[in-house]
Design a protein around this ligand. Structure first.
Ligand code: AMO
Length: 446
C-alpha cells in the first residue's frame, strides 16, 4: 500500500517529498501551469504542475513531464489519483498555505466527466447519488461528529461499568406497537423486524447484567414522510437496574448528553461553526423538567392548543414548549414527564399515587422529541394486567413476561434516535442529511 499522508497532516510537516491520494475537485489548466484541487477525507490541497506542452528532444525528462501535463488536461472531476511530489509551504497559497508540486501522477480511477449531482440538487436527487454527495466536506463532518458522539457515549458507559449488548433484530412479536411493524417471511413462519431492543435490554436485568447499552438498528413501518421519521434508524438504548424512579434515568440521560456534546464541541466545535454556522452549547444540568399536562397549559397560554386533550404532545406543541424553555431557562433541552398511561406502552410503570400517569418522560431537544424513557413495571402481576388492558395477548408475550417470574430488580432506561440528535445539534432540517443511507417509505436504494 502507498504510504499516503492525510491532507490535514501536511501543514505540520516540513517541506519535502510526500505522497497524497484522493479525488479531483477542480482542475485549472493554464498554458504555463496547471492546478488541481485534490480532496481526501481530511481536507483539500492544491497541487501544482509546471505545464510541458511539447516534448523537448534535448531534455530527457520532458517526455515524462509532457505526459503528466496531458493527463492533467484530460483529468475529470471526481477521478481518484495518487500523487507523489514536493510539499512546499507558501503563505500565498489560499488553500491552507501549502502546495505540492507534482512529481508523479497516477490516475487510479477515471470518473465519468459530468457529475449527476450539484451542490444545489434536491435532497432526493442527492440521496440517489449518496456516495458522491457524501464527498462534500459538510457531509464528511457529520459522520465524524457522529463517530465522536458514539465514542463519547461508549466511553461514559464503559467507565460506569455498563455492558454492551447486541440484541436480535428478528423477533417473533411486536415490541412497541402492532402498527408500524415490518413482517418478514421466516422459513414457514413470519418474523418481525425489531422496532426497539426494548424487551431484550430489559431481559439483561433479570440476567443480572446491571447496566447495559446498545447502539443498533431499529425498524418502523411508518409510512410518513416527515423530516424526523425513517423506516430504519439507529437507536441508542440503555437500561439500568436498581433505579428508584424515572428521575434516575433522566439523570443518567443528562450526563450522557453532556458527555457527548462536550466531546463534539471540543473536537469539532470550530469546524461546525464554520460549516454549519452553529455554535455547539454544552448543556447545563439538571435539564428543565415539566409534566406533560403543565406543558400543554403553558403552550395553550402562548396561543397554541394541542389538538385532542389527553393525547401526546404534537410537533408544534414540542416547538412551543421548547421556545418557552429557551426564553425562561436559556436551555435547549426539556424533559416532558408524567405521560398519561393511556398513551404509554404497557411496560411503563405507573405512578404509585396516580394510576393515570406513568413514570416516564420524553426528551425534547431544540423543539423535537429525541427520546423516550421510563421506569419499567417489574411486578409480574401488574405487568400482565397492564398488557391485557392494552389489548395484548399474554400468551404471545409469554417469553417476555417470563423475564419477571424468576426475580428481577427495579429498572428503567431510554431509547434515543441518533439521527434526530445529529440533525438538531447541527441545525439541519431533515434526518435524511445525517443518515448514511436513509430508508423511508419510498427509498430502498442505494
Ligand atoms: P420510541 O418509540 O419513542 O420509544 O422511540 C425512541 C426514539 O427513537 C427515535 N425514533 C425514530 N427515529 C427515526 N425514525 C423513526 N421512525 C423513529 N421512531 C422512533 C426517536 C424516539 O424518541 N422502547 C422505547 C424506548 C424506551 O423506553 O427505552 C421506544 O422505542 O428519537
Amino acid at each position: 500500500m502507498t504510504e499516503r499522508i492525510l491532507i490535514k497532516h501536511l501543514a505540520a510537516r516540513e517541506d519535502g517529498p510526500v505522497t497524497v491520494s484522493g479525488w479531483v475537485d477542480t482542475v485549472r489548466d493554464q498554458k504555463k501551469v496547471q492546478f488541481i484541487v485534490l480532496h481526501d477525507e481530511s481536507g483539500a490541497l492544491q497541487l501544482v504542475n509546471p505545464a510541458v506542452r511539447e516534448v523537448d528532444p534535448d531534455d530527457a525528462a520532458s517526455a515524462g513531464r509532457h505526459e503528466i501535463t496531458e493527463t492533467i488536461s484530460g483529468l475529470s472531476q471526481g477521478s481518484f489519483i495518487t500523487v507523489t511530489g514536493e510539499l512546499k509551504h507558501d503563505e500565498r497559497v489560499k488553500l491552507g498555505g501549502i502546495e505540492v508540486k507534482i512529481g508523479t501522477l497516477e490516475v487510479v480511477s477515471h470518473a465519468v466527466p459530468e457529475s449527476p449531482i450539484a451542490d444545489d440538487s434536491s435532497i432526493d436527487k442527492r440521496l440517489d447519488w449518496r456516495f458522491i454527495d457524501l464527498r462534500r466536506p459538510e457531509q464528511n463532518l457529520i459522520f465524524r461528529v457522529q463517530t465522536t458522539f458514539e465514542h463519547a457515549l461508549r466511553t461514559y458507559w464503559i467507565e460506569h461499568d455498563f455492558i454492551e449488548i447486541h440484541t436480535p433484530k428478528l423477533m417473533a412479536s411486536a415490541s412497541e406497537s402492532r402498527a408500524e411493524l415490518f413482517e418478514v417471511g421466516y422459513f414457514d413462519d413470519t418474523a418481525y423486524l425489531a422496532q426497539s431492543p426494548q424487551f431484550f435490554k430489559q431481559m439483561a436485568q433479570p440476567a443480572g447484567f446491571g447496566k447495559v447499552f446498545e447502539i443498533g438498528p431499529a425498524f418502523r413501518a411508518d409510512p410518513s414522510f416527515t423530516s424526523r421519521h425513517a423506516t430504519e434508524f439507529t437507536s441508542i438504548d440503555t437500561e439500568v437496574s436498581w433505579i428508584s424512579s424515572h428521575e434516575d434515568v433522566m439523570r443518567l440521560h443528562e450526563e450522557l448528553m453532556v458527555a457527548g456534546i462536550r466531546a463534539i464541541k471540543e473536537k469539532h466545535g470550530e469546524e461546525i461553526e464554520q460549516r454549519f454556522g452553529v455554535t455547539i452549547e454544552v448543556p447545563t444540568t439538571p435539564f428543565p423538567r415539566i409534566p406533560l399536562a403543565e406543558a400543554k397549559q403553558i403552550v395553550a397560554e402562548r396561543g397554541y392548543v394541542v389538538p385532542r386533550h389527553d393525547d401526546d404532545m404534537d410537533p408544534e406543541g414540542e416547538r412551543q414548549i421548547a421556545a418557552y424553555v429557551k426564553e425562561k431557562y436559556g436551555h435547549d433541552f426539556v424533559f416532558l414527564t408524567d405521560y398519561a398511561s393511556s398513551i404509554r406502552p404497557f411496560y411503563h410503570m405507573r405512578n404509585a399515587d396516580d394510576q393515570g400517569i406513568t413514570n416516564s418522560y420524553d426528551l425534547v431537544y431544540h423543539g423535537v422529541e429525541i427520546s423516550t424513557g421510563a421506569q419499567r413495571e417489574h411486578r409480574i402481576d401488574v405487568l400482565t394486567t397492564q398488557a391485557k388492558e392494552k389489548g395484548l395477548d399474554p400468551e404471545e408475550l409469554g417469553f417476555y413476561l417470563d423475564f419477571f417470574r424468576y426475580g428481577v430488580p427495579p429498572h428503567g432506561g431510554f431509547g434515543m434516535g441518533l439521527a434526530r440528535v445529529l440533525m438538531l445539534m447541527l441545525g439541519l432540517n431533515s434526518i435524511r442529511e445525517v443518515t448514511y443511507l436513509f430508508r423511508g417509505p419510498n427509498r430502498l436504494l442505494p
